[in-house]
Design a protein. Structure first.
Lengths: 258, 258
DNA sequence: CTTGGGCGTTCCACTCTGTGAAACCACGTT
DNA sequence: AACGTGGTTTCACAGAGTGGAACGCCCAAG
């Protein structure tokens, strides 16, 4: 949420809420009444908002059913968002190599506020692979990639985060601030985080931060797989992961000796 | 644009226009005054719109420079848009196979109004490859994928389209309605379209429609490459392309004998 | 170091836009 | 044929959104 108290426009926030409904899983198309009910708006208001978003290509009308769905402008925004994330281009070859050699799924996450999202994933060619949801936010305490961010944030930011009420994502998610603080110290010492079912039941992962020229974590790279299989691969994967993140960090201007 | 005369909300359209500015190429971040000038709005209005979009995650503020950039909600929309396009999942394996065998770039386009956009591409592993811009709209008369759509639209829709004033995309784009009509007839006869620099100078492509259960073109699959190289590969690529589109059409419920 | 320019942010009087209840229309179901 | 539901449109009204102006901050030029 906006930290400042800048004046906002309620009508624009309503329209954004309508768009975000379509971004939720399993909502490929929605009707006017449905949207009105979910957002507690009048049907007239929803209809006008949809007509406005249609005029700019964010929403399309399905003529046959008179229901609405996301339009091509939504894709343009998503593509433009990814295009502005420089670290994606820099990291792509490393993700491909990591996935190829480890035969597991390699991912790249970036931070947005107190959450992080996957912005890329490379899956190996094998029958059973992990697949992560691109664009879905996860809190900074749930899972390997999240903890790899949190451990290397500035100390005051970690203190602020740990003071929050943390919520479980699975029954393995660590939400006790004391336990988490200890684990973050271990992560900083080792240089990487691991997770067994903290973000996704049945999955295991390794994750390490990529630093930028200021020494801040710009992104996180992870390897993950089904827990039963991945647990035997961790020892081999750790050096591969750390080597990859070191190379990407260097390309972002990070000087580890500074 | 909206065909109907539904009442829209000017404030929502303004906000959408602001978002679309960020979706334009080479606009990773923008300032308030810049946006105000480009859209002929007051700085106060732009500021309120940005604050509203920030509150929902569509826009982020870069603290250091006080400039704005797209936020993670933009990615969510883009991902949700792609997720609702069923034909992408169905066609993916075929695109991969096409690219592997032909060693050229395979793409999938869908139609949106009188334009079409690439929603997927698979590039071959070689040094020089074609790369297409995902999410960017192109008119239905410019390039192989566009013509493959136009040729198989309902006759009344083709007449309506050809009555429009058509604009060149390159100096090879066909904009004479008579010539285009003839070519569309040839495309229907052959089952595929080709293009030499009509959408992108120096590029050549082959494209064929994928039909759905109603017999309408649901998508178009293409192969493309640098013109100098691709021109010698066309004869080998045509049967590969047609076989792939036939398989995808069948999976969409198309019965060619109906 | 001082000054000026430009940009982002906030304020406030004002107007016109966006509102929602209600009506209407279309379609599907009984 | 009647009814229920959902989408679309209408209109009187109230307050939300407006933009010009002012303010604060930062940076560049002299």
């Amino acid at each position: 949420m906006v930290e400042s108290t800048s004046q906002t426009i309620a009508t624009v926030e309503r329209a954004a809420d309508v768009l975000l409904l379509f971004a939720k899983p399993n909502n490929p198309h929605l009707g006017v009444t449905d949207i009105a009910e979910q957002l507690t708006l009048s049907k007239a208001a929803v209809h006008r908002i949809l007509a406005s978003l249609r005029s700019r290509g964010f929403i399309e009308l399905i003529e046959e059913s008179r229901r609405y769905q996301l339009g091509a402008a939504s894709l343009s925004l998503g593509v433009a968002y990814l295009a502005r994330i420089d670290v994606r281009q820099i990291a792509l070859a490393e993700l491909q190599q990591l996935s190829l050699v480890s035969k597991e799924t390699a991912t790249l996450s970036i931070r947005t506020g107190d959450e992080r999202i996957y912005v890329d994933q490379i899956r190996p060619e094998r029958e059973i692979v992990m697949s992560v949801p691109i664009g879905v936010p996860f809190p900074l305490h749930a899972g390997g990639s999240s903890k790899a961010f949190l451990a290397f944030l500035a100390p005051d930011e970690q203190v602020r985060y740990l003071a929050k009420q943390m919520v479980s994502v699975t029954d393995k998610t660590i939400i006790d601030a004391g336990k988490l603080r200890e684990e973050l110290a271990e992560i900083r010492q080792r240089g990487f985080a691991s997770s067994f079912g903290e973000r996704q039941a049945g999955a295991a992962s390794l994750a390490a931060p990529v630093f930028d020229h200021t020494g801040s974590p710009a992104a996180v790279i992870s390897l993950s797989g089904p827990a039963d299989r991945f647990k035997d691969e961790i020892d081999d994967c750790v050096p591969l992961l750390l080597a990859a993140t070191a190379r990407v960090s260097r390309r972002l201007g990070y000087n580890p000796n500074a």
